[in-house]
Ligand binder design. Sequence first.
Ligand SMILES: Nc1ncnc2c1ncn2[C@@H]1O[C@H](COP(=O)(O)OP(=O)(O)O)[C@@H](O)[C@H]1O
Ligand SMILES: [Mg+2]
Length: 206
Amino acid sequence: MEHGYTNSTVGDGALVVKCYQGPEAATRLGTESRYLRRLRGRLPVPRVHQVTPTSLTTRFVPGAHGQDLLDEGRASEVLTECGRVLARIHRLGIVHGDYGPQNLLFDPATFEATAILDWEWAHPGAPVEDLAWCEWIVRMHHPEHAALLDRFFTAYAATVPPWSERQAAMLSRCRALLDFCARWEPGGGGEKLWRERLDLTASWAA
Ligand SMILES: Nc1ncnc2c1ncn2[C@@H]1O[C@H](COP(=O)(O)OP(=O)(O)O)[C@@H](O)[C@H]1O
Ligand SMILES: [Mg+2]
């Protein structure tokens, strides 16, 4: 499917099959299926249909993709909802681990989240990890909307750590992804890309 960045996802309008690729694929599959089951009824997440040793099938959830809505000029609505939804996740004591508009679907009329996707990196952790990563996604991939990040932080309506802590969290995640790519394909394109992103992130000022 469009907007899949790590694994291979195919959907037919009823079901979506995600086949886990790369290092620790089985662990990530286990994490995602466990969190989806645990969160069902507490947060908008897809229903698990089937789990095999290498794939997870979920029910297709209709909704407009966050990145498409950003491109369509809906950054204010999207980032506000990203903040509200993240507060709900953190109230449960969970860190999503890959949080941002790239992993949310929205009702195109109300901009309410219809699904929070991609729980393979979820873990108990510090809220700054998700706050920083959503900010990083917007600054890196949608810089024209970075000025609207205050909507995200305001809607989160809880303490937002200072820039130094958020940047440290961004750098730590970039390093983890660099390491992930290096284990997947040593000396490959992913490694080069994450090294560049790491350097760029280190050069950012608040
Ligand atoms: N249950 C679902 N319903 C509708 N679309 C989905 C569903 N699961 C995944 N998708 C689509 O597939 C994309 C990739 O899925 P995701 O779990 O984020 O994989 P990746 O780890 O590759 O990013 C999502 O961004 C979304 O567009
Ligand atoms: Mg994803």
